[in-house]
Ligand binder design. Structure first.
Ligand code: THU
Length: 138
């Protein structure tokens, strides 16, 4: 079955709403994420900071929790925005996390003025689930 077509404006709106639920008392950088899944569902997440700083959870981490909690599926399209409403490109760690659930074809929003990019452009030659079986010595 073909992947559902993303409504980018709707995803950005949902991501902005998610950013309003962020817990970011240390950086004051609120971030929200919203994604379309292969099941046609929309999932969301917001960043959750921590007094130890390094344990901060990005919005994409919360997004993946929402994905698994709501029936799973593959990620088709993701929009991440900061509290100013503008797009934010996922950090390196989150690119790897997103790859697990979206693969190289996953579309990442670049805002209204630019075409979305594939995750493969942001994380080339990614290590993923298929590499585990292929490289296992057992
Ligand atoms: N942040 C995200 O939520 N996603 C990213 O991809 C980059 C950074 C958050 C983490 C932290 O709460 C704040 O932005 C500042 O780094």
């Amino acid at each position: 079955m073909d992947a559902p077509e993303p409504d980018w404006q709707a995803l950005r709106t949902r991501a902005r709403a998610a950013a309003a639920t962020s817990y970011a008392p240390y950086s004051n950088v609120t971030v929200g994420a919203a994604a379309l899944t292969s099941l046609g569902t929309i999932i969301e997440g917001a960043n959750v900071e921590n007094a130890s700083y390094g344990l901060t959870l990005c919005a994409e981490c919360a997004l993946l929790g929402d994905l698994v909690r709501n029936g799973g599926g593959q990620l088709v399209a993701v929009a991440v925005v900061a509290g100013d409403g503008e797009p934010l490109t996922p950090c390196g760690r989150c690119r790897q996390l997103l790859f697990e659930h979206g693969g190289p074809q996953l579309l990442i929003d670049q805002g209204e003025l630019r075409a979305p990019v594939r995750l493969s452009a942001l994380l080339p030659d990614a290590f993923g689930p298929n590499d585990l079986g292929a490289r296992s010595q057992t």
